[in-house]
Design a protein around this ligand. Sequence first.
Ligand code: NAD
Length: 459
Amino acid sequence: MASQTVSIVQDSLNALLEDSSFLPDLQKGSREQAFTSLAAILSTPNKVHKSFLRISLENGKVVRIPAFRVQHNNTLGPYKGGIRFHESVNEEEVVNLAALMTLKNALHDVPFGGGKGGIIINPRERSVKELNLICQKYVHYFSDVLGPDKDIPAPDMGSSDREMDWMMAEYKSIRPGEPYRGSFTGKSIINGGSLGRREATGKGVYFSFRYILHDFLKEQHTFLSNSGNKFAKTVLGYKNRPLTIAVQGFGNVGSIAALEAHQCALLQNKVVSVSDRNVMLYNSEGLDIPALIDFTSKNRGDLPTTDEQLSEAGIKAAIHERDKVLVLDVDVLILAALEDQIHQENMEQIKARIIVEGANAPVTGEADNYLSDQGVIIIPDILANAGGVIVSYFEWLQGRETQFYTEEEVFKLLVDKMKATMDNILPQYFGDPFPLRQNCYIHSVMKLSTVLYRQGKLY
Ligand code: NAD
């Protein structure tokens, strides 16, 4: 587990150790021993599976592609987490992401544990046939540890419904006659996927921000005004004010979050900037997000990179250097690309007062502490980007029942679940000095610790 996650889990446990109302049955010596056991359990994965997939490339060469499946913790249910297809994947990263899934599922009361997978390839450099083979081999090599009640992968960076369809089909042929619909989530609709799954993470990311800035602010105005807490002051400062938004990353998560902001009638939002792996686009009057989505859908996911492309698509924007998006003078920054984007070197230049983590771990520990000290609200990954795993859970349920929900039902269930989590967390956050990430971790660690204790795992 990366040191940031380890230290926040440890901080959460230290806070709970002092709180005698938490697990009051545990007294003195046995209490300390139990908390030491909890730290050991939560900071290490249950299992790390590694394999080298033997693939015959189209050019006739045979290569061995490193692949991982990390099963962090299954206290709350089967392991669950995406498979990342990227050339920079490494074991430490996958272990950390698996731990994050354990905490995320615990936070949102999703009955799954935490897992994650990774394959070290650049999917853009592989043919469709090669990718198909890689997916089949991945399932083949890890088939003993995967399954609807054991470990359920989903797409992550570089993978999509196409890969999940291939993987589920391979799982089905390896295990004839066994239930298979719940073996993978994030599948295409025709193949048992859930309506709304594709949009779920981006919608949830935007909802987490909208809920604080609109619903919670409206309903809890008196509480926020009386609190005196620095984060409450930040929210109150945005009451009835138009907001400018910048979005880093314009893939599945970023583009949907931007579209939600563009279409939201409850807040006066303006998405003034979006960026991707090539460029940053800016328009102080607001960008035409639907037109940009239309462009990317026809151009392998990439935003326009030249003035000619912009004018052909009828989009008004200035083209800037990619990383400028991070330091723009905007109210809200939605990070939906990669990890470690705001760090020690650039944290002092950040101007946004609200940062939403659509990606996993895009703000480092140092930067989180520095910005939180100044009252910047950072809605952490574990809270903001859980829409995908929440709707994955609904997909898994629908697969079991072979009853399918309408898109409207899925979005309502998603919003209800995220709202329930936020109603649990926000009163504490706006009342005490801890950053939101720490509040979320404490909640997750509390849930996991209680279940581990009740299951007799701390002796
Ligand atoms: P994606 O592959 O669809 O899109 C990634 C986007 O980031 C692309 O627009 C790409 O051009 C851009 N990008 C890459 N490098 C960049 C850089 N250096 N600067 C700016 N932009 C850059 O991926 P996605 O599914 O949208 O996921 C984005 C992030 O959200 C990932 O970190 C992923 O792990 C996380 N996440 C995704 C989901 C999901 O359901 N898709 C769920 C939880 C978390």
